[in-house]
Ligand binder design. Structure first.
Ligand SMILES: [Zn+2]
Length: 240
């Protein structure tokens, strides 16, 4: 007869499971490449969310609308966090959505006012990138972060409030000025009929120059919906 599992067996089982999974599935930690189903414990510790305020380019929203919003990132888009975000975004490791949702949620919390409902508005995903990735990653991330935040007792919803007005180029490889003109006026408010309530927070995955998030703020403001903040997983460190 098989004996019952003793408490100490769990670690033993785990040390067996991870190399087995590595062997069978080729599962590797997205941070260091070591054997792990999603992320190893060390990398999980290294990328623990640590929200920081990101400087919003002063000319961006300010020039066109008297709106100032605060942008918060859960970490720097560098080292382990950068590798994890790229594995999620470029290599399609969808299991990382739940990991990175913690980062997005942590970047939303500083915007939350007591007892105010919050509405996350994802930056819209272009048809090109939805086709390339087979899904709308930022939308999935927003829903996963909203679930986490609701589990803490907050009232949090997600609304796809924005759409594209025209085709844009891929932002990768463009400098700050080119990024801004590439997305300038590219978003508009979707007329969905039903409008959800709550303090609006624009959410995106990576902050590079801020052009995309700032365009989302502009489009929402133009539609009479003024966001209170921007939240992203990671911000690219600024070169001095
Ligand atoms: Zn690792």
């Amino acid at each position: 007869m098989a004996r019952a599992l003793a408490p100490g067996d769990a670690d033993g089982v785990r040390t067996l499971i991870v190399p087995a999974a590595d062997l069978l599935l080729g599962a590797r930690c997205a941070g260091c490449g070591g054997p792990a189903l999603v992320l190893c414990r060390d990398c999980g510790t290294l990328i623990r969310p640590d929200p920081v305020v990101v400087p919003v380019p002063p000319t961006a929203v300010g020039l066109r609308r008297p709106t100032r919003v605060r942008a918060v990132a859960s970490g720097a888009h560098a080292a382990v966090l950068r590798r994890v975000v790229l594995a999620w975004k470029e290599d399609g490791v969808s299991r990382l959505t739940d990991v990175l949702a913690h980062h997005l949620a942590a970047a939303v919390v500083p915007h939350v006012a007591t007892r105010h409902p919050v509405l996350l508005v994802p930056v819209p995903t272009s048809r090109r990138s939805r086709r390339a990735r087979g899904t709308d990653l930022v939308d999935e991330l927003a829903h996963s972060a909203a679930r986490l935040l609701r589990s803490t007792g907050l009232e949090v919803g997600v609304e796809q409030a924005l759409g594209y007005t025209r085709v844009t180029r891929d932002q990768a490889g463009l400098d700050a000025e080119a990024r801004r003109s590439n997305v300038d006026g590219a978003f508009s408010s979707r007329r969905t009929g039903r409008r959800s309530g709550g303090d609006i927070v624009v959410v995106d995955d990576i902050w590079t120059t801020g052009a995309t998030s700032v365009e989302a703020v502009r489009a929402l403001t133009a539609a009479g919906r003024r966001p209170i903040g921007i939240s992203v997983i990671a911000a690219t460190p600024r070169r001095s």
